[in-house]
Design a protein around this ligand. Sequence first.
Ligand code: NAP
Length: 551
Amino acid sequence: MSPEPSPRKRKIMNSVNATGAGPIALDCLVIGAGFGGMYAVHRLRGMGLSLHAIEQGGDVGGTWYWNRYPGARCDVMSIDYSYSFSNEIMQEWTWSEVFAAQPEILAYANWVADKLDLRRSYSFDTCAEAIVFDDAREIWSVSTDTGAVYEVKYLVMATGPLSMPKALDIPGSERFSGKLLQAQTWPHEPVDFAGKRVGLIGTGSSGIQIAPVVAEQCGHLTVFQRTPSFTLPARNRKLDPEFIGQIKAHYPHLRDMAKTTFTGGIRPVSTRPFFSVSPEERRKLMDQAWEEGALQFLGLFADLLFDAEANECVAEYVRAKIDEVVNDKATAELLKPRGYPIFARRPCLDTNYYETFNRPNVDLADCISDPIAEITPDGIRTRERHFELDVIIAANGYDALTGAMLAIDITGRDGARLSEHWREGPRSHLGLMMPGFPNLFMVAGANGPSALANFVLLNEQNVDWIARCITHLRDKRLSTIEPTQTGEDRWMAHLKVLAARSLYPRANTWYTGSNIEGKPRGIPFYLGGLPRYREACDRAIEAFGDFVFTN
Ligand code: NAP
């Protein structure tokens, strides 16, 4: 299923191309209008670069433009998940909830775009199709689906880690006579679920947010669960004005402090190992944290992704909570995740997810004992049953981290192909650059902290690093920069050492690429935390030891 065209789909050439004047020559092209792309446009335009930007969607917002499904909400606190580069922005915008819902985050992106006048640099509804490095002229040529071609010195790929929906790998979807919706490309118009028989495929972060909301609106909901997720109660709430006032009074300082924490959030993360406290004390801490909400729970102990025994104790605590909430014992048993460490798949935050299974109009279909076989004209057939449905919602995830980049045919210096460079999984230096792809910069790319960090802060840090590189090139009158193969190899080896110490490889998830058939497996993240990553990036360009330049 391909993304639905946006209502504002307009295949217009931008002004220069419309004149038939041929390729548009610029200093820089930014691809993407999520938080990373938007900041890149603002930052690099401010350096006096001639710059344009393109975006596949009809407007700004990135993931928040596309993910309009019921219940969509960020699992990072709103006061963290927002720009830190401008105190004016921090002071003028006021978040209403601890975890903002999609409409509020999209409104924020639009407000920032207006405030910084970003849209004048964008062509929306425009998709890069092929990107080729011209060795002789040392420029990138970017062809798009509108026919516009850009020739640029610097290319900033802010294409996002979770922007390429996974294809629905269930036969028969084209025959379904009801409504088939995909969470990742949700329609812009409201969907009426009243009285409808709805089937939800997928119980990751998206499915877990959708189920409670749709259950309240529809006639009957069947949740098709393959791998159960661990989910923690978000205990979302309104932010009170006094709290907001205190945050705003100290915002710049708090954001600076957040840059020193492992994930880049204001909330402190414990350094306490699980077994350093008594069983009674652990129990008390977990009970308190469970009642207070997911944020407290996630930060309770420092070693849960490194100590398997500690991890299993916490996993068992959460399984017991499922028993406490879910009335039907067989359903509770099916909802309990087993066979992988808690938090090794992205932890989900929910509002009344387990409670939803106590509703009389909700059933759980276990796709492990009875897998989905096909979508039929009037529902879903599992190996043993047929479920009659009016609506199917697929919340089946993403071709994460590499999907959006590999969807573009990218050829670097001397014919180097990105698809070849990444044949055994994504490789890069710092998640920012690759040998053979000069002046091509990735924002929040694979091999950096990516989705394990506060994404907005990471975007800002990456873009600032790119700005420093470009400044260096211009100051020294250099033409291109790219990392050496040794530099990339060293960074990748470092990633591997950190990953091997952790429990992450023990789970099948988009983190490891195992959610997509045939995708190379690995842990393409930097697991050392945001502060150490920032230091590594700064060190890398102190003397530019692992980079080569052309004049
Ligand atoms: P996901 O975590 O990859 O979950 C996809 C779900 O679909 C899994 O339960 C998967 O089961 C199931 N699935 C896929 N193909 C299937 C099939 N053929 N039959 C049955 N089940 C199938 O994707 P997601 O929920 O969209 O979340 C992806 C990431 O986006 C999250 O981890 C998070 O980082 C981000 N996100 C964040 C938020 C938030 O901020 N709150 C919300 C949504 C998403 P298996 O696991 O068995 O393959």
